[in-house]
Ligand binder design. Sequence first.
Ligand SMILES: [Zn+2]
Length: 112
Amino acid sequence: MREYQPFSLVVKDEIRRQQRNRCAVCGAVGHLTIHHKIPSTLSEAYGLTPEQTRSRENAVGVCRTPCHDWLDKKALQEHRFYPEVMHEMKKDRWYNLREKIRDRLKIDAMME
Ligand SMILES: [Zn+2]
């Protein structure tokens, strides 16, 4: 299993600036966590080099909760990644998306 491939500060700053500190999933403004669309642990299996794993193309800025928790769960447990996972949330308006994600995380936790 490949070791963790952290993004550089340059990449993180660039993403936060380009997104204007707005979460790519729910649209909330605040401190963004820079998420690996394809996580380090899976990137080798999905044909990404270490450089590609920590590249700007594999990075997206999201709020820590609930969106980063949700994306990590989707990626690690279901091998479904941003932006594809957005389709299931697509019909919702931004203002209730965070609640919906929180609900999903609660339901998933109950079923484990
Ligand atoms: Zn969010």
